[in-house]
Design a protein around this ligand. Structure first.
Ligand SMILES: Cc1cc2nc3c(=O)[nH]c(=O)nc-3n(C[C@H](O)[C@H](O)[C@H](O)COP(=O)(O)OP(=O)(O)OC[C@H]3O[C@@H](n4cnc5c(N)ncnc54)[C@H](O)[C@@H]3O)c2cc1C
Length: 426
């Protein structure tokens, strides 16, 4: 959550040379540097009072090589740009649940999306990156060149430089997938989460699912009498054969009487932008999250109580199913903090007026506090709305490796508007 900021200068970069020039200027004037990809940072990391904003949004080009199954993506592209080009070839990679989210911040922090249990997090699909470093060099990070840097870019956020191009692995997906939400009355939250807990560990990797305790949006697909009332939703995507989808989610059609059942064959491009209208530009937002090792009855009941006590319809609790391909990558193989947690809980809030700031931030914090006993102590940095959370989110081993990398690539902490890894000299 952050208030309006007034940068001294916004440099709209068209390419790596502009980024190098902008960084050089910032260094010469000792200006704070903010790097803007898609601009979705809820902590406000991509803007700065009296600083320079290196705005990459003009660099949103995407080129797909269908033979190699690779996308070459500009540092300012958003997921809608990638999906548009990749789906033309029946290809996709793990992207955001909202299509206006930037590829850059999303991928560098980890990247939780519908394809992650089958194909890994977004950062697991990062094959190489072109990076402008703090001293103005353009370097390539890949398995063969600067492999340590590639390790840090896979989860370490924007700490090590400005990525001007991402090379992402693509996979055969769609154009139709089995996907969408089932909405139930809010009082089904407890049985729904209990079923989710039984179902999630057994579900095939094709499936990635979320339980969302939320408020029914005023959409025509939801019966009008439910608009504005508490609902619990099960959302899933099966990246396997469309005809296999139904059998994997059948139990969710019996756990409670659905209000609206939209889970079925759907174009991949539609599920990728389905909830965009709920996230208009310019709203205030705050997220707070934790990784949990279990969903016990006490936690489930607490989440249901907090759902009943939301400060506004824009406050919701997401319980993400993890595992699958995410957990098959060895811990420590990338900078992404943790691999083995079965669930991530994210308290997501969005509201319109500054008067709502305290109520929404306090409520989101209370959700994470309620999960303290089940928490692994780690968290996904992209779901943290407060700065200064990196040390605990990554844990001691990964954090000390990240500090060593920061010492090498950014010893004076030029890139500090992020979940900051402070170099030893800072
Ligand atoms: C509506 C909404 C939906 C979301 N949904 C999801 C989701 O489904 N899954 C998920 O995992 N996360 C999700 N997030 C969180 C999202 O991953 C983070 O906010 C992410 O940082 C956004 O990236 P961005 O490029 O849009 O943000 P920005 O605000 O532009 O940047 C975020 C951070 O990345 C740095 N950065 C940006 N571009 C570059 C670059 N090219 N090189 C180096 N550093 C750069 C910035 O300096 C900043 O520190 C969501 C956020 C919002 C607001």
């Amino acid at each position: 959550m952050f208030d309006d900021r007034r940068p001294a200068l916004i440099v709209r970069c068209a390419g790596a040379a502009d980024v190098i020039a902008a960084l050089g200027f910032a260094r010469s004037k000792d200006l704070p540097v903010a790097v803007r990809g898609g601009g979705h940072s809820v902590a406000g990391f991509s803007t700065a009072d009296d600083g320079i904003v290196i705005d990459l949004s003009p660099m949103n080009g995407v080129r797909v090589d269908p033979d190699k199954q690779r996308a070459y993506v500009g540092g300012g592209a958003v997921w809608a740009d990638v999906d548009h080009e990749a789906q033309a070839h029946g290809l996709a990679t793990t992207g955001g649940l909202v299509s206006s989210t930037g590829v850059a911040g999303f991928t560098l922090g980890g990247g939780i999306g519908w394809l992650m249990r089958k194909y890994g997090l977004a950062c697991d699909n990062l094959v190489s990156a072109d990076v402008v470093t703090a001293d103005g060099r353009l370097v390539r990070a890949s398995a063969d060149r600067n492999a340590d840097l590639l390790w840090g870019l896979r989860g370490g956020g924007g700490n090590f430089g400005v990525v001007t191009q991402f090379e992402l692995a693509l996979h055969r997906v769609g154009p139709m997938v089995y996907a969408g939400p089932i909405f139930y009355p809010g009082d089904a939250a407890v049985p729904l989460l209990r079923l989710f807990r039984e179902w999630a560990p057994e579900a095939p990797d094709d499936l990635t699912a979320i339980v969302n305790l939320t408020t029914a949006p005023p959409l025509p697909v939801i019966p009008e009498e439910w608009h504005g009332r508490k609902v619990a939703a099960f959302l899933a995507l099966s990246a396997g054969p469309v005809e296999d989808g139904e059998q994997h989610v059948r139990a969710f059609r019996e756990v409670a009487e659905p209000i609206a059942d939209l889970l079925g064959p759907m174009p991949y491009s539609v599920i990728q932008s389905l909830i965009d209208p709920l996230w208009p530009k310019g709203i205030r937002a705050y997220f707070k999250a934790t990784n949990v090792s279990r969903l016990d009855d006490t936690l489930i009941e607490s989440l249901a109580e907090l759902h009943a006590a939301v400060p506004s319809p824009g406050a919701e609790i997401h319980v993400h199913q993890m595992g699958g391909a995410i957990a098959r990558v060895p811990e420590g193989a990338t900078a992404f903090a943790e691999r083995s947690m079965p669930y991530v809980i994210n308290a997501v809030t969005g509201w319109a007026d500054a008067g709502g700031d305290d109520a929404h931030t306090a409520w989101a914090r209370s959700v994470v506090a309620a999960a303290a006993d089940a928490s692994t102590g780690r968290a996904y940095v992209n779901f943290l709305g407060d700065p200064g959370a990196a040390r605990s989110a990554y844990g001691p081993e990964t954090y000390s490796r990240l500090v060593a990398l920061k010492n090498e690539y950014d010893p004076t902490n030029v890139f500090r508007l992020n979940q900051n890894i402070a170099p030893d000299a800072a």
